[in-house]
Design a protein around this ligand. Structure first.
Ligand code: NAP
Length: 312
């Protein structure tokens, strides 16, 4: 039985693994895709203290190496069910294995928010993408749409402006959520057209994206833009349905916990973007990972102490 089982190998999960192993406990991390989480989609991390300009992939790689070198085991498995209420935490995997642990940290992060418009699901991977750094190169010399007004959308538009012929940045308001400095940087690109107060209504194409219908709510007008790609950067949302029976979730689906990362269940902690919190940044995900692992360590130490007392 593992001492600390962590679900999710993003910044929060891998930081928890570093702290858990350093506290002397056995640590296993389950990851359904690739380690690193959301950060791997960032070309340049500008706001992690002491590491300005490191690429997301480098950052994720370094975290992984650090966790593994300290003794954490990372397994690429999909969790399909969890029983977390008892003393032994049980996690059921798609591979039909069952993992057991004395404590557990939920670090499942968040998934890209969909626009829920016609064509989005059908043309996913055929021009529709949630990752500009992954898929931008397929559109070299062509025109693309980026959707969103946050830092990710602006970063994506900057990456794409250097690759493609033209970028249409479509944002539903006429003000940006993104940092003013990032927007200013994007405005320097001549091949970027800002389409504000506008929403994507439909993504069209037979077998690949051919055009995008944009509705401007201020002018009550529509445009059909011929593009080969649509990069959606509309933020993220949590994906905690697996735990909904036992763990208290907020109405938005985040695991309810304070700065101590303690959930409603003893021995179950939460770290990173999937927790209820104000600021979702790499640095706060890392901080959560540390707090959750130290809380799990204290829980295990207290349990071991009680066990010894019972033996006396
Ligand atoms: P975000 O800040 O939540 O922005 C999401 C954007 O998508 C918002 O502009 C939002 O519009 C728009 N949006 C949401 N739902 C939509 C819908 N259904 N249709 C159309 N537009 C929709 O998400 P993010 O940009 O992914 O950033 C997440 C966090 O990571 C932020 O704290 C951000 O600062 C940080 N980040 C930092 C960096 C960096 O420092 N280099 C890079 C990337 C991300 P409204 O504004 O109208 O709500």
């Amino acid at each position: 039985m593992t001492d600390i089982l962590i679900i999710g190998a993003g910044t929060a999960g891998l930081t928890a693994a570093i702290y858990g192993t350093r506290a002397g406990y056995s640590v296993e991390v389950l990851e359904q895709r690739i380690h690193g989480g959301q950060i791997i989609n960032t070309t340049s991390v500008e706001n992690y203290p002491g590491m300005p300009g490191v690429s997301g992939a480098e950052f994720a790689g370094a975290l992984y190496e650090q966790a593994v070198s300290l003794g954490a085991e990372i397994r690429y498995e999909t969790v399909i069910r969890a029983e977390l209420g008892g003393d032994v935490k049980r996690v059921y995997l798609e591979s039909e294995q069952i993992k057991t642990a004395k404590s557990l940290i939920i670090a499942t992060g968040a998934k890209p928010r969909k626009l829920d418009v016609p064509g989005e699901d059908r043309l996913l991977g055929a021009g529709v993408s949630y990752c500009a750094t992954c898929d931008g190169a397929f559109h070299r010399g062509r025109d693309v749409v980026v959707v969103g007004g946050g830092n990710t959308a602006i970063d994506d538009a900057i990456v794409l402006a250097g690759l493609v012929r033209k970028v249409y940045l479509v944002h539903r308001r006429n003000e940006f959520r993104a940092d003013a400095s990032a927007v200013k940087r994007l405005r320097r690109y001549e091949n970027v057209e800002f389409i504000l107060s506008s929403q994507v209504e439909e993504i069209r194409g037979e077998t690949a994206v051919e055009s995008v219908v944009i509705y401007n709510q201020e002018e009550d007008s529509r445009r059909d833009l011929s593009v080969s790609g649509v990069f959606i950067a509309a933020g993220h949302e949590p994906d905690n349905g697996l735990f909904a029976d036992e763990i208290t979730l907020s109405p938005e689906g985040y695991v309810v916990a304070g700065e101590d990362c303690q959930t409603n269940l003893p021995g179950v902690f939460v770290a990173g973007d999937t927790r209820t919190k104000q600021v979702r940044q790499i640095v706060t995900a890392a901080a959560d990972g540390a707090v959750a692992a130290l809380a799990a360590s204290s829980f295990l130490a207290a349990k071991a102490e009680t066990g010894k007392e019972n033996e006396l």
